[in-house]
Design a binder for this molecule. Structure first.
Ligand code: AGP
Length: 608
């Protein structure tokens, strides 16, 4: 949550920062601001409530000429979104500026202490205390002052600090919030993630917790908080700036839905060998995997729904208990965990605070932890003994789409790989699975083609009072995810329910204004699902069904049908969700919503 960018070098810093903020806006968009040390040595700050576009307009597209600066786009935690609470924040002298992602948990004590010491704090934010702590500690060396101030902070932070009197220097620090250094030719960057700077450099350093990065143009030093130099490798970002552009689509979400066939291909690249699944990333932990006797999956939101598929397959294929728990709850009632427990932490961003904390807890109790994430170098990878990457490319829309389908595909491969190691997956079953996985990208393409009429269908449902989504077995996670998509981007209430539970309460919500969306693809539970669909129909609800091509029965029963190709049941979640993503997208467009940046949300949730 919150996006940070910093630049020092020969370019005009203002446009670099604004460009970076636009690319980071999916991290939070309540307010935005930049600070520059101008060519004449003045500190210039402009910040506005609202999106980066509001800030850009306020700047008249002409920020003062400067070779150094920092910027921020905010998802508010402490202090409502306003011009005053927007970052950057400054100290009493007006020389020091700070941008921050995270929460300073002891800010009230620090604030009282600073005020008692004669400081004037202007905003309601936790961040402002940092500027004043650095002010107190400053003795002519910004990095020393930042390190001293960090010693006072409790909580989480990614920080960038700039001092007017050191006009080529930026100091960044991280603890439980992401921050990377961009290493350019004669220029240096700091950013929350690579999207902000990949247009300028692909060479990055992923900072570790406790690191302090001291940057001048083209040079950087990383120390710990005590000032001891630490070595960090330079990594290369594997995707281009264009990958994070809309590429002719009206919204990132629509582009990312259409990228799903390619994303699935990428997720499987190098992982299907002949007739077997093989995740090399697991090789270093094979011995430990051989001893597991239960599987716990932890995740939030969309990633949690994907993890339900993984848990079902671990249980079915390995024959050991496996389940999935929402990460924020896992921590408060952790199951018995020991060295024989495999914990799979699923997180697109790899930054979700709840998932990271749950993974840490599991690791501390001796579990073998595997991360499934789209983000190389993310915090979750540091809490894990092995990381399996989605390889889906950057996802910019706040509503996850291609990362859901690649999470499911990756978890299917993960469960199959471990089941293979356990010798619990017959060669025939594995052959069948691999063949179905190989067909999947083409089938995802076909699903998008088959969804041609979905815009028209969505228009007919866009005035609904709410929606009920139902599914059974592998259709259930698709129903949950479909309902979440509608909620997130159209702001309509939607419930995702296990179809068999409908009659135990929520059926009372159904009427002519509350349609039923039924995931009714071919499966062992198809007939039961049809019974639930009929229960909804009998209550006057319109029924939108997702069904398998060639199903002649469903056409007679449902009001509208979205078709998907036939596949193995565990992979049906992937195909079934695609029309539901498109349905949510077009309902939201019809209702005039901000599809890519829906209200109150942020792409990565780095607070608990
Ligand atoms: C998905 O559309 C949501 N934006 C949200 O539920 C998300 O999946 C959740 O916050 C978890 O994020 P993560 O995968 O980055 O951990």
């Amino acid at each position: 949550m919150c996006g940070i960018v910093g630049y020092t070098g020969p370019r005009e810093a203002g446009p670099v920062l604004l460009d970076g903020l636009r690319r980071l806006e999916y991290r939070g968009y309540d307010s935005a601001g930049i600070a520059l040390v101008t060519e004449s040595g003045e500190l210039f700050v402009e910040k506005r409530a609202g999106k980066v576009a509001v800030l850009t307009e306020a700047l008249g597209d002409k920020p003062p000429r400067a070779g150094i600066g920092l910027g921020h786009t905010r998802w508010a935690t402490h202090g409502r979104p306003s011009d005053l609470n927007a970052h950057p924040h400054t100290d009493c002298t007006g020389r020091i500026t700070v941008v921050h992602n995270g929460i300073v948990e002891n800010f009230r004590e620090l604030r009282d202490e600073l005020v008692a010491g004669g400081h004037t704090l202007k905003s309601e934010t936790d961040t402002e205390v940092v500027a004043h702590l650095v002010e107190d500690a400053y003795k002519g060396d910004l990095a020393d002052a930042v390190r001293a101030a960090l010693g006072r902070l409790e909580g989480a932070y990614a920080l960038v600090v700039m001092h007017r009197d050191e006009p080529e220097r930026l100091v960044g620090a991280r603890l439980n919030a992401p921050l990377i250094v961009g290493v350019g030719e004669g220029e240096s960057f700091l950013a929350s993630d690579a999207a902000a700077i990949v247009a300028y450099t692909k060479r990055v350093v992923f900072l570790d917790d406790g690191d302090v990065a001291d940057l001048t143009p083209g040079m950087f030093t990383i120390t710990d908080r005590a000032g001891t130099v630490v070595d960090r490798p330079i990594d290369i970002i594997p995707w281009s700036a264009e990958a994070a552009e809309k590429g002719g689509y009206a919204h990132f979400m629509l582009k990312e839905i259409h990228e799903q066939p390619d994303a699935l291909t990428a997720a499987m690249t190098g992982r299907l060998r002949g007739e077997s699944v093989c995740l090399e990333e697991l090789d270093p932990i094979r011995e430990r995997l051989a001893g597991i006797d239960r599987v716990e999956m932890i995740a939030c939101g969309t990633a949690y729904y994907a993890s339900l598929v993984g848990a079902a397959l671990f249980q079915e294929w390995l024959g050991i208990p496996a389940r999935s728990t929402v990460a924020s709850e896992f921590r408060y009632s952790p199951p018995p965990i020991d060295s024989r427990t495999l914990v799979v932490a699923v997180s697109q961003s790899g930054e979700t605070a709840d998932t990271i904390a749950a993974a840490r807890l599991a690791g501390d109790r001796g579990a073998v932890v595997v991360a499934v994430t789209n983000t190389v170098g993310s915090a979750i990878t540091r809490e894990s003994h092995a990381s399996v990457f989605l390889q889906a490319g950057p996802e910019v829309a706040v509503a996850a789409t291609k990362t859901f389908v690649t999470q499911v595909a990756t978890l299917v491969m993960l469960a199959a790989d471990v089941a293979h190691q356990f010798k619990r997956l017959s060669a025939e079953k594995e052959r069948e699975l691999v063949a179905a996985l190989r067909r999947l990208p083409k089938q995802a393409e076909r699903t998008i083609e088959l969804a041609g009429p979905i815009e028209e269908i969505a228009a007919r449902y866009a005035d609904a009072a709410g929606f009920m989504y139902i599914g059974r077995s592998f259709g259930y996670p698709a129903a949950l995810e479909g309902a979440l998509k509608i909620k997130e981007i159209s702001y309509l209430h939607a419930e995702g329910y296990a179809a068999g539970e409908l009659k135990h309460g929520p059926i009372s919500l159904l009427d002519a204004d509350v349609p039923l969306v039924a995931v009714a693809t071919r499966s062992a539970v198809y007939d039961k699902l049809i019974s639930n669909l009929m229960e909804g129909k009998a209550r006057d609800a319109r029924v939108l069904a997702v069904a398998t091509e060639g199903d002649t029965q469903i056409e007679r029963l449902a009001t509208d049908v979205c078709w998907v190709p036939d596949t193995l049941e565990p992979l049906s979640t992937i195909l079934a969700v695609i029309p539901l993503q498109l349905f949510a997208y077009y309902v939201a467009v019809k209702r005039g919503r901000d599809v890519d940046q829906p209200r109150n949300l942020a792409k990565s949730v780095t607070v608990e």
